[in-house]
Design a protein around this ligand. Structure first.
Ligand SMILES: [Zn+2]
Length: 401
């Protein structure tokens, strides 16, 4: 648990850098916004100097972290993060994304002081050389996961809810999604985290993204961070995750039954049922050899001519509702509503600024309650004990096997 009050109170300069990365600031900007010289900030970061209280306040205000943040151990992980692109253009966004994952782990740790998370329920595969995975093996993995989650072979109604019920921590935030798609990582707490972009109001895209990240979680657990530096491996793993998403969302048996003709208009009619894009269906039809490469090419060209970049129904959230991760938000809401803890208490476990967390989670209830609670330590302990003791530990019901 990273949020627990730490006995260590030594200043750790690397934490300034971590906070800068989260907030996407270079030293020059931090210097400009705090009025502290670049040299001094460098000295703090390199561990030679500890800021005086005035400067600590400035740094903490501008970086939106509590003082206690600067005395925490540095975060690092050997687990690779699966981004869609490793281009230089997205490097700052990627580093910031990594820091949001750190923050998310801390939030999840804080929630666990009050209630239990759904147990991790995913199939485990012994994949020693993921780069050698064949399409058939990927399909086997996808079907094993459907079986474990008792999904049958029909279209999945709410994929994100299924992932959350299986103990996968899914979240969204408004970070720079133009340069960055969804991404995922195994956390230091041994749990899989999936970030989805919240400002892509296209339900089929969110779903495919979620299934793609699920593919990384299931197929690539043995991949090392260093493996991803090889462009070839990186591309292979991306292709595998896409293939996983495709077969997981459109199992051969049932999907084939629906494909009476491979035309744009027929695929479009199937879109609300399968909740995948026509583009994804074209690819699946090609995998299933319902069309040859010429036929596939023809469909892609016609699709572009007819619809441009946005397919019909992409933004029609009434026909295809947007799926949203709910577990973390709901857990916090319920804890506050049922008075298991006030927002202040929950937030007191975190080393980030309360407002930053409220904004990050887009949770007004945190803002509204922040000022209110001033429960004594004794009551706080009682709440925690009663919840941990099991009296309320099942408040949030999920279908966990
Ligand atoms: Zn990927």
């Amino acid at each position: 648990m990273t949020g627990e009050k730490d006995s260590k109170t030594r200043f750790n300069g690397e934490k300034i850098k971590e906070a800068r990365e989260l907030r996407r600031m270079d030293i020059t900007e931090l210097s400009y916004r705090t009025g502290i010289s670049r040299q001094s900030i460098s000295n703090y970061e390199n561990g030679g100097y500890t800021p005086k209280p005035d400067n600590m306040s400035l740094l903490s205000d501008v970086l939106k972290v509590k003082w206690s943040f600067f005395t925490q151990p540095s975060k690092s992980t050997d687990e690779p993060i699966y981004f869609r692109s490793l281009s230089a253009a997205t490097k700052i966004a990627r580093v910031s994304a990594m820091r949001t994952l750190d923050m998310m782990e801390e939030i999840v740790g804080a929630i666990q002081n009050f209630t239990d998370l759904p147990k991790l329920n995913i199939p485990e595969f012994d994949i020693k050389n993921p780069e050698l995975l064949t399409h058939d093996q990927i399909e086997e993995c996808a079907m094993a996961c459907r079986k474990l989650w008792e999904l049958g072979l029909e279209p999945i109604e709410d994929l994100i809810a299924e992932m959350e019920s299986a103990g996968i921590l899914v979240y969204t935030s408004e970070i720079d999604s133009d340069s960055l798609d969804a991404f995922s990582r195994w956390g230091n707490d041994g749990k899989p985290y999936v970030h989805l972009c919240s400002n892509k109001h296209c339900a089929v895209r969110t779903r495919f993204d979620a299934a793609h990240e699920l593919g990384h979680i299931l197929l690539h657990k043995n991949v090392k961070k260093s493996d991803l530096r090889y462009q070839k491996y990186f591309k292979d793993f991306e292709e595998q995750a896409n293939y996983f998403a495709s077969v997981f969302l459109m199992p051969e048996k049932t999907f084939l039954n629906d494909i009476t003709r491979v035309t744009l208009s027929h695929l479009l009619r199937l879109k609300p049922k399968w909740r995948v894009s026509v583009g994804a269906m074209i690819k699946r039809c090609a995998h299933l050899e319902l069309i040859d490469s010429e036929g596939e090419k023809y469909l892609w060209i016609s699709r572009r001519k007819k619809w441009g970049k946005t397919e019909p129904l992409d933004n029609d959230l009434e026909t295809i509702p947007q799926e949203e991760p709910l577990w973390i938000k709901e857990a916090i809401k319920i804890m506050i509503e049922e008075q298991y803890g006030t927002a202040s208490e929950i937030l007191s476990y975190l080393h980030y600024d309360n407002d930053l967390i409220a904004q990050f989670l887009n949770l007004d209830i945190l803002r509204a309650n922040v000022e209110r609670g001033d429960t004594s330590d004794l009551i706080r302990r009682n709440i925690r004990e009663s919840i941990k003791g099991g009296a309320h530990s099942n408040i949030i019901k999920f279908k966990v096997a």
